[in-house]
Write a protein that binds this ligand. Sequence first.
Ligand code: TTP
Ligand code: MG
Length: 358
Amino acid sequence: MRIIAHLDMDAFFAAVEERERPRLRGKPIIVGADPKNGQGRGVVSTANYAAREYGIRSAMPISQAWRLSEGARRNGKPAAVFLEPDFNKYADASDKIIAIAKTYAPLVEQASIDEMYLDLSFSKNYGQAEKIANKIKREIKTRERLTCSIGISPNKLVSKIASDMKKPDGLTIVLPEFVEKFIEPLAIRKIPGIGPKTEELFLKKGVRIVADLKKFSREELGEILGVWGLELYEKVRGRDDSPLIEEREVKSVGSQETFEKDTLDSGIVINLLKVLADEVIGNFKKEGFEKFRRVVVTVRFADFETKTKSRTIKEPADSLETLQFEALNLLMPFFDKRENPRAKKIRLIGIRVEKLTV
Ligand code: TTP
Ligand code: MG
C-alpha cells in the first residue's frame, strides 16, 4: 500500500517576504509587478491571506489588485503592500524546505518551487504518516518561519487535491476507503488537468461536480477528450498510479560566455544564445539526461551587475527548439525597460537547464 503526501507552501512568495520584514506582519501583501499607482501592467504572482480577503488572487492584473486595495483603504482597512518578486530568495527558501522534507522521507519529488510529493509508504499506516506530516510542518514552522499545508492519501492525485482543502496551515488525510467519497462532491476544476476550457465544455452539459463526471463511460470520455478523456475516467475515481520522480544530484547543465566587447546589439546577443543553447543540449544528452523542466538565463551587465531569469515549463522537454524558444523569451526583457531600465550593455550571457530527469 502506498501512502503519499503532497506538501504545498502557504502564500509562498508573500510569506517569505513577510517573515523577513517584521513591520509587514499581519498586513495584506501582494507580490507581483509594479502597480504604478494603478497604471502598472503585469500581474499578481501571489497575495497573502490578508490580501485575499480583498478578493486579490494570483494571475490577476496588478492594476485590478491596486483598485481592490484602494477600495479597502477607503473603507478604513489597511492598504496592501506591493512588492516585486525576488526569485532567488524564494528558490533558497524552497531548497531549505526540501532539505527538511528529505530528512523525513526516502523519496521526495519537487513538483514546483513551493510544492513536493513525499513517499511515506514506509510508515505502514495513516496514523504514523500523520505524525510524520505534523513533525515536518512543525520543523518548517520553527526553522523557516513558514507554514505549509499537507494532504495525505494513497496517491499523488488525491493528495494534491487534499493539501488544498484546509489552507493555510492545514493537514488533510484521505483514507483509501474514503477516496471516492472525498472527491465526488468537488467542483470538476479541482481535478488537476481540468482547466477553464474543459470546465466550460462540461458545464454546458450540466456537469459541475466530480460525481456528475462519473456518469460518463470510459468510451464517452474518450470520444469527448481523446486520450486525456481515458485518463480522466481514472482520475474522477481517485485512481492514479503515477510514481514519484526524484531528480538526480547533478542539478543543472549550462554554459556561459563573455562577449569580446560589451554589447546591446540584439542580433549579436541572440546569436550567442543560440550557440550556447546548442552546446547545452549537446552536453545534456551526453550526460544521459532525458528531459528538462526549467530554463535559466543569466545576464551580466558591463558594470558586473548580474541578473537571472528562469521559467519552469509545464511539459518536460528535450529539444533544442524548446530551449531556444524559452531562453529567448527570458532574454528579451534585458533589452528593454523591464530588466534593463538604464540600457546597460551586456558583458556575458549564460543559459542552463534544471529539473532534469534521466
Ligand atoms: P501557489 O502554491 O499556487 O500559491 P501560493 O503558495 O502563493 O498560495 P497557496 O497558499 O494558495 O498555495 O504558487 C506558489 C508560488 O508560485 C506563489 O507564491 C507565487 C508563484 N505563482 C506565480 O508567480 N503566479 C501564479 O499565477 C501562481 C498561481 C503562483
Ligand atoms: Mg502554495
